[in-house]
Every structure is written in structure tokens, then in C-alpha cells.
Design a protein around this ligand. Structure first.
Ligand SMILES: [Zn+2]
Length: 51
């Protein structure tokens, strides 16, 4: 299940176009776009720890 790294919510809307590839958080007080950078990318570890 997808989990928003910003708010921890589970409600995400998949969003893809020619520039962006990821999930849009549907939580009311979040609404952030979470880029799926792990696809075909060596660096699968997201650096959330220093936020
Ligand atoms: Zn969120």
C-alpha cells in the first residue's frame, strides 16, 4: 500500500505525465506530490530522514 512520506496518509492518486511520475496525496491538509523516483533508478532509498 502506498504511504505518503509527508503525512503518512494512504490516500494517493497515481499521476503520470511526460514530466512527472508519482502519486498525489489526497489528504486534506497535505496534498503534496510524491515523485516516484525509484523506477529505473539506482537510488531506491529516499532521503526522508533529514526533513
Ligand atoms: Zn500526504
Amino acid at each position: 500500500m502506498w504511504v505518503c512520506p509527508y503525512c503518512g496518509g494512504n490516500h494517493g492518486l497515481p499521476f503520470h505525465d511526460e514530466h512527472l511520475d508519482g502519486m498525489l496525496c489526497l489528504s486534506d491538509d497535505c496534498g503534496r506530490f510524491v515523485e516516484e523516483a525509484s523506477i529505473e533508478d539506482e537510488r531506491t532509498e529516499w532521503d526522508y530522514s533529514d526533513l
